[in-house]
Ligand binder design. Structure first.
Ligand code: ISE
Length: 334
């Protein structure tokens, strides 16, 4: 049976998810593309062979010819649309963040638990990136000894979308590091400190966060949404016996005129192309089997990153370390 997927949101990520589902995931097809801008939805529907377009997301979720949903609409719509999918009994891959509000994440978690089955996979795709897979494996294999620190740098060429405000460096971009670091370390955070350098460029400036974990580890995260030179994500996991770093998937080096150079990706889509493919294939397998994918992120992970981001924003505003206070992890999510 071919899984018929509705894509909610026809912007940057909706277009990419539609392309991935139509070209790189077997056993699934794009059935409906939904966006308030029907013209934009139609262009993607035509390029991916979708049967139809829509402009009312909740109506599309309820359609009987839609088996599963990918939410790629603006962050503020993710929680309500995830709730609509749960109420319709449909599996959903929700782009990160689940919500920038931890309270909203709790509401979604409660609805999912009440439904009796896991339906929501969250789009923290870095977990599927081969570099992070090998980083986690090195720790799990015991090669590094006890993990003590993790250094993370996350640099975009320029702020990714209109309306991207300063604190979104922490609530929209940093959740990738919040999630992948706690996933690799298998821990939760207890506190966060945040700093911002003085810049002259204006616009969304860099932020520098230091997170502490339950095991006393330190995780630092630099986010720079206007780095200008390239899309550059780095990470190094430091253990008591060794360290392991991400290496960019570079495919060529140009040697010319006494120089040798490689290139950066323009944004996250080409840099994490394989991770998105793996993630989306796992989602379709989840829809087919009902078995939640082993390394995928769920609503608990969405809640954990939202609580951390809220503390990070408070730390930046106050200039003081802020505790990360979480509810006890429900059995449903263990
Ligand atoms: C964007 O929403 C993403 O998810 C990208 O992976 C990240 O690099 C970027 O900073 C975010 O704004």
């Amino acid at each position: 049976m071919t899984i018929r997927v509705a894509i909610i949101g026809a912007g940057l990520m909706g277009a990419d998810h539609a392309r991935i589902v139509s070209e790189e995931v077997s056993g699934a097809k794009v059935q409906v593309v939904c966006d308030r801008d029907r013209g934009r939805a139609r262009r993607i529907a035509e390029s991916t062979g979708a049967a139809d377009v829509g402009s009312d997301a909740k109506e599309v979720v309820a359609r009987t010819d839609v088996d599963a949903v990918i939410i790629a609409s603006p962050d503020g719509t993710h929680a309500a649309l995830s709730l609509a999918c749960v109420r319709a009994g449909k599996h959903v891959l929700c782009e990160k963040p689940l919500s920038q509000s931890s309270d909203e994440c709790l509401q979604v978690m409660e609805a999912e638990r009440a439904s009796g089955s896991k339906l929501i996979q969250l789009g923290f795709m870095r977990r599927y990136d081969q570099s992070y897979v090998e980083m986690k494996q090195a720790l799990t294999d015991g090669m590094l000894g006890q993990a003590i620190m993790m250094h993370n740098f996350h640099r975009n060429v320029e702020t990714p979308a209109a309306g991207f405000v300063a604190e979104m460096a922490i609530t929209n971009s940093a959740p990738h590091e919040f999630d992948v670091a706690r996933f690799i370390l298998d821990t939760e955070y207890t506190g966060v400190s945040a700093f911002a350098p003085r810049t002259k460029n204006g616009g969304v400036g860099p932020v520098f966060l230091v997170l502490e974990t339950r095991e006393g580890q330190l995780v630092n995260v630099e986010i720079n949404n206007n780095a200008s030179y390239g899309y550059d994500v780095r990470a190094e996991l430091v253990g008591e016996n060794g360290a392991i770093s991400l290496v960019d998937p570079v495919h060529s080096r140009l040697d010319i005129s006494l120089t040798s150079r490689t290139s950066y990706a323009s944004d996250w889509r080409p840099r994490y192309g394989e991770a998105y493919r793996r993630q989306n294939r796992d989602f379709i397998a989840f829809v087919e089997s009902g078995r939640f994918p082993e390394i995928a992120s769920d609503c608990w992970d969405g809640y954990a990153t939202a609580v951390t981001a809220e503390a990070g924003v408070a730390a930046l505003q106050s200039g003081h370390k802020v505790p990360v206070n979480m509810i006890a992890k429900p059995e449903f999510y263990t």
